[in-house]
Design a protein around this ligand. Structure first.
Ligand code: ATP
Ligand code: MG
Length: 365
């Protein structure tokens, strides 16, 4: 996958910009608050239909303007996004399309210093990490997770009404929850198995230890038939408690997984849960290993490389990790933001194309 062109009109502070990319490594450099991250945000939006900074689309329109437009060319794909105060329009090869159709066609993966939260943050952050990979790999999964959150929202509202004495039959919602929830659990388990294969090699390279993601869904299962039966029974047995608390007590939306590092201590192998015991540096390296596992899994499954967006990650890494990162990503197209080119000139990273960002204007140099 290769982004050849990006045109922007009134996106954040960027005004009117036309960029052509020929190289694999592209660097957006400049002082603080010039528009570097805004550029990455624009590329991310082209790939996923949404920003990584806000859910409110009209925040992306340049202040004082009524709309913004983004257009990109990547291989045979022409993607156009128009955002107005109240709506958003997406065109893929000039055809009006939905965001669900876009996901997985042009894939961009964002690396930021906040990736450390995949390890140290809340379960919700870990589920998002996993769901994003799943969505890119399988559209059916994307549809399932969207449906799942709708079903849970409705079911929780009804449980709340039941708690307050209304008479409602939950049967239809239970059936839907069992169907979709079971598929999500099965998919996530298989996805983590595949991710662990990549993590095995990358974890060793980046942390010197073996890393593994341990998934512990609320229900243990052999296959989906078992699971559906168990889930259905569990919902029945939890019925009274769910009504008294007014909320769904068992679903994939309560999933979590742990990231374990296997280390040698006094000639014994110990398993260290990095969320609890990892140092900041260990957590950061493990997060990087997980993100790179995401990249290589997507490459394997889609037979194509995603584009990588590196927002200020270089300044966080030591020399060794920087070198490892560049070695791992040399086959893919990357866009890097940095305030200082020192981060890059010291590394032998191959041909770089530099773009200086000054107050929303971009100067190719
Ligand atoms: P840093 O090095 O601090 O991360 P940056 O170059 O990445 O800086 P950006 O996050 O790209 O900076 O933001 C550049 C500027 O764009 C900021 O001053 C921000 O306030 C401004 N900005 C954000 N949204 C809009 C908008 N809708 N219209 C105009 N300007 C905006
Ligand atoms: Mg920035």
């Amino acid at each position: 996958m290769f982004l050849q062109k990006l045109s922007l009109v009134n996106f954040r502070n960027l005004g009117n910009q036309q960029l052509n990319f020929k190289n694999k490594i592209n660097v957006f450099f400049g002082d603080n608050a010039q528009g570097k991250t805004n550029l990455l945000e624009a590329i991310y939006l082209i790939a996923s239909g949404k920003s990584f900074r806000t859910r409110i689309d009209h925040e992306l329109i340049k202040w004082g303007q009524s709309e913004c437009r983004l257009q990109a060319q990547a291989g045979f794909l022409d993607i156009e996004v128009k955002i107005r105060q109240t709506d958003k329009e997406l065109l893929i090869n000039s055809q009006k399309s939905r965001v669900t159709e876009l996901i997985g066609s042009f894939i961009a993966i964002l690396f930021t210093p906040t990736d450390i939260e995949i390890i140290s943050g809340s379960p919700d952050r870990r589920r998002k990490f996993l769901d994003q990979i799943g969505a890119v790999l399988d559209k059916k999964y994307l549809v399932d997770i969207i449906q799942l959150s709708k079903v849970l929202k409705n079911r929780n509202q009804l449980l709340w009404q039941l708690k307050n004495g209304k008479k409602i039959d939950l049967e239809v919602w239970n059936r839907q929850l069992v169907e979709i929830g079971s598929r999500v659990w099965v998919f996530r388990r298989a996805l983590i198995d595949k991710l662990n294969i990549e993590l095995k090699t990358l974890g060793k390279k980046l942390t010197d230890n073996s890393l593994e993601v341990i998934y512990e869904p609320a229900l243990k299962f052999q296959d989906i038939r078992d699971l559906k039966k168990d889930y259905s029974e569990k919902l029945t047995s939890l019925g009274r408690e769910e009504v008294s608390r007014g909320i769904t007590l068992i679903s994939p939306q309560r999933d979590d997984f742990r990231i374990i590092s296997e280390e040698l201590l006094n000639e014994k192998i110990i398993s260290k849960d990095l969320a609890i015991y990892g140092s900041r540096g260990e957590q950061r390296s493990a997060a990087l290993a997980l993100k790179l596992s995401e990249v290589s899994l997507i490459e394997k499954e889609k037979n194509e490389s995603p584009v990588l967006l590196l927002d200020e990650v270089l300044s966080e890494l030591d020399k060794r990790h920087k070198e490892l990162l560049f070695k791992e990503i040399k086959r893919v197209q990357v866009f890097i933001t940095t305030t200082s080119m020192d981060n890059l000139t010291t590394e032998r990273v191959g041909p770089i194309e530099k773009f200086q960002v000054i107050d929303g204007n971009i100067i190719s140099s």
